[in-house]
Design a protein around this ligand. Structure first.
Ligand code: FMN
Length: 407
């Protein structure tokens, strides 16, 4: 989505990650947005007015009573913006936002602003995990603020843990999504229910070797499953993606990707992860059969026909269904070409799944290598047929469906 003509307010509070926000401002401008920056006084310990004004091509607002233009700049700024992103959001500004404190230019404008608000908390891991901070985040999420989860990694304070502000490119993507009604909608509708939930997603095609040169695979691009992983991550969940051969990679850097090229490797990883998983969504196109033996060297061309002996691969959905315990949700995908609903219902009960996402290759615009899909959600007592939608929208629907069940 282009940001042409969009008016973005960037709030900067006094955290070390403020230097990264300078790149965010540049990215927003180069993508066509207009940017106004509001800083706390403490933010100016980390970045300078001159740098911000040069990059944003606008005056920085940081002094509630020092207006160079009009007396109620907090109101005019709030009216101007389409979206407000606070990056980095300190523990302090989060506390003020959660409790309606308006004692500086940033907090006063935030309290006046009525549209999308995104915040990117960034701080030391102990500050982030402090129940006070977590409670404040929950209060904000309940009121519709989108909280962009900090990442794990090395922190400026010298420790390692969760608290690092996402990279500017990730923040830009979040702004885009929010303006497109994407992840903002997911975040506010899931209301933080999925925050910290362990989600396992599989995506892509598996590759079953015949010899060192050839393999058996399928046309799956991985787009649907990768979109699902991204949307769950955007809802604050802790996502592990088991990825086969795929043309897509997750955008959200908090998604933990485990490469699992074969059915066997995907099965082993999935069964290992399952014990500590709350929800599994198995969207990968896993081979049902693989060569019984993989030739050690390239099979030579000889004779008019060649017979390959195939053997069944392990059934991942069935394996997870078998060991499913109370509180876990198991979602499988079914791609059918005939008797779709009956086959999906059979799969649901035989594999002990909670939902089957059914898609048919017969529907125009559905299936492999297209941006759209047409699916139905099949449960033991309901069938919800969705219209043709983009794979991103379907991923949002799946996240919402899971949030409903988890609630
Ligand atoms: C070097 C340094 C780095 C800091 N980094 C952070 C940070 O990353 N996150 C945070 O919440 N506070 C951080 N603080 C503390 C805040 O600056 C402090 O709580 C301040 O009152 C925040 O004010 P503000 O929210 O009005 O900008 C840091 C302080 C110092 C001295």
């Amino acid at each position: 989505m282009s940001l042409q003509g969009k008016k973005i307010i960037v709030g900067i509070s006094g955290g070390i990650a403020a230097y990264k926000t300078l790149s965010l401002i540049r990215l927003l401008i180069s993508n066509g947005a207009q940017v106004k920056v509001i800083c706390t006084q403490n933010a100016l310990q980390f970045v300078t007015v001159l740098t911000i004004e040069s990059l944003s091509q606008n005056n920085v607002y940081y002094d509630t009573f020092g207006s160079r233009q009009m007396a109620t700049e907090h109101v005019s700024h709030a009216d101007w913006g389409d979206l407000f992103i606070v990056a980095p959001a300190t523990a302090n500004i989060i506390g003020k936002m959660a409790h309606g404190i308006a004692d500086d230019a940033l907090s006063t404008t935030l309290l006046t602003f009525r549209k999308h608000i995104l915040i990117a908390p960034a701080m030391n891991v102990n500050m982030f995990e402090n129940p006070v901070l977590q409670d404040n985040l929950q209060l904000l999420i309940k009121r519709g603020t989108v909280v962009l989860d900090p990442e794990y990694g090395f922190l400026a304070c010298g420790t390692c843990g969760k608290g690092r502000m996402p990279e500017p490119e990730t923040l830009l993507e979040a702004v885009r999504n929010a303006l497109a009604g994407g992840d903002t909608a997911v975040m506010s509708q899931t209301n933080g229910i999925l925050r910290g939930k362990k989600i396992l997603v599989t995506a892509g095609a598996t590759v079953e070797n015949i010899d060192p040169v050839r393999y058996i695979s399928n046309h799956s691009s991985g787009q649907m499953g990768v979109a699902i992983a991204d949307k769950f991550a955007a809802s604050g969940a802790d996502v592990t993606l088991l990825l086969g051969k795929a043309q897509y990679k997750p955008q959200n850097s908090s998604v933990r990707v485990v490469e699992t090229p074969t059915a066997e490797l995907m099965h082993n990883a999935a069964t290992k992860e399952w014990e500590r998983t709350d929800v599994a969504v198995l969207a990968a196109a896993v081979a049902d059969y693989r060569p019984a033996e993989i030739a050690a060297s390239k099979i030579k061309k000889s004779g008019q026909t060649l017979t390959l002996q195939l053997e069944k691969t392990p059934d991942i959905l069935a394996a997870l269904g078998k060991s499913k315990h109370k509180g876990q949700t198991l979602i499988g995908f079914a791609l059918e070409t005939d008797n779709e609903v009956a086959n999906a219902k059979k799969k649901l009960s035989e594999k002990n799944a909670d939902v089957i996402v059914l898609n048919s290759l017969r529907d125009e615009g559905a299936g492999f290598n297209v941006q759209t899909n047409k699916v139905s959600f099949i449960t033991s007592n309901s069938i919800e047929a969705l219209p043709l939608k983009s794979k991103n929208e379907i991923a949002n629907d799946i996240v919402r469906l899971v949030a409903e069940r988890v609630k």
